[in-house]
Design a protein around this ligand. Structure first.
Ligand SMILES: NC(=O)c1ccc[n+]([C@@H]2O[C@H](COP(=O)([O-])OP(=O)(O)OC[C@H]3O[C@@H](n4cnc5c(N)ncnc54)[C@H](O)[C@@H]3O)[C@@H](O)[C@H]2O)c1
Length: 305
């Protein structure tokens, strides 16, 4: 796809992070946009930012975990814009906890949005996308859809599922004009950890909380803010994704960390966790920027042992 000019793009989870910047960059490049999010205030902010560009924008405040809301999203898109050329299945959430301690409702919250709603959205939009001469279905997995970490079962399960679903669908539709791309971001500085569901107790061992580098006990909010401050700028991430869509890359990796982790997984499918720190040394300047986050994760990891 050479241009987004005169296209109609739907972006889910457009109130924050990569979704917001995908919508803004698409609008800047001349695409009409349909944005949706569960967070009305955040969605309004994105809509206001889009007004700077001369495109038409529809905004829908909805919970994508409800199938009838996705049906509404399709109907509104077609009735307001007459067609849909690109769908970015971007919305996602995180919940982290040891598997046996995870509430079933938290498992369902994550699985229903990250995987089930993405599949339903794809099913509902595909017939419309396939009517166009040039269209794209862009699903966001994660580097955590390629490698795994402990205490993250449901997030990994959903992101591996998105990868399997998307890559299989891409093979199935390889002779159709529609392009199907799967996105694998590394660490992007967004609100996703601040909005995550994870218990304060994940930071606790033998009655003591993990500590930051100054010896102060870490809070869940500290972890979320550090995550946001130290990751790649989400606008930069969105630009990388859109460049990948223009080049029709089947797999779009976002960030050197994602590329390093993918290479580590290929080199050593069973022991990649051990070789990732060694490979990180090869990208030392980039790695330096992430030391604060690494220290935070190390404190949590230490606390859980
Ligand atoms: N940030 C990262 O480091 C990272 C890394 C790999 C993959 N990802 C994936 O990228 C995607 C975007 O993540 P982000 O980091 O920009 O997150 P974000 O938290 O900044 O944005 C996600 C948006 O989804 C919305 N949302 C949540 N639940 C919803 C629901 N039920 N219905 C509709 N909207 C809902 C939120 O309100 C939010 O605006 C997600 O799929 C995430 O899993 C993120």
């Amino acid at each position: 796809m050479k241009t987004f000019q005169n296209k109609v793009s739907v972006v889910t989870g457009a109130g924050s992070g990569m979704g917001r910047y995908l919508a803004l960059n698409l609008a800047q490049e001349g695409s009409d946009v349909v944005i949706c999010d569960i967070n009305q205030k955040a969605l309004n902010e994105t809509e206001d930012l889009i007004k700077a560009y001369n495109v038409s924008c529809s905004s829908l405040n909805l919970d994508l975990r409800e199938k009838n809301n996705i049906d509404t999203l399709v109907e509104e898109t077609i009735s307001n814009h007459g067609k849909v050329d690109l769908l970015f299945n971007n919305a996602g959430v995180v919940t982290a906890s040891p598997f046996l301690e995870m509430k079933e409702s938290d498992w369902d919250w994550c699985n229903d949005l990250n995987y089930n709603s993405l599949v339903y959205c794809s099913r509902a939009f595909l017939p419309h996308l396939m009517k166009e001469k040039e269209s794209a279905l862009v699903n966001t997995s994660s580097i955590f859809g390629i490698i795994t970490t402990p205490n993250n079962t449901v997030y990994h399960a959903t992101k591996f599922a998105v990868r399997g679903f998307t890559e299989s669908l891409a093979m199935e539709l390889r002779d159709d004009p529609i392009q199907i791309n799967c996105v694998y971001p590394g660490h992007i500085g967004t609100n996703i950890v601040l909005d995550a569901r994870f218990k304060k107790e994940i930071l606790l061992t033998n009655g003591e909380y993990a500590k930051d580098s100054n010896g102060k006990p870490l809070t869940v909010e500290d972890v979320g803010s550090t995550f946001r401050e130290t990751g790649m700028n989400p606008n930069k991430a969105a630009k990388i994704i859109l460049k990948g869509v223009k080049k029709n890359k089947r797999r779009i990796f976002v960030g050197l960390d994602a590329k390093v982790m993918e290479i580590a997984q290929r080199l050593s499918p069973s022991h990649y966790i051990r070789i990732i720190p060694i490979l990180n040394l090869l990208i030392f300047p980039y790695f330096l920027k992430r030391i604060k986050m690494m220290k935070t994760f190390y404190s949590i990891f230490k606390a859980r042992r």
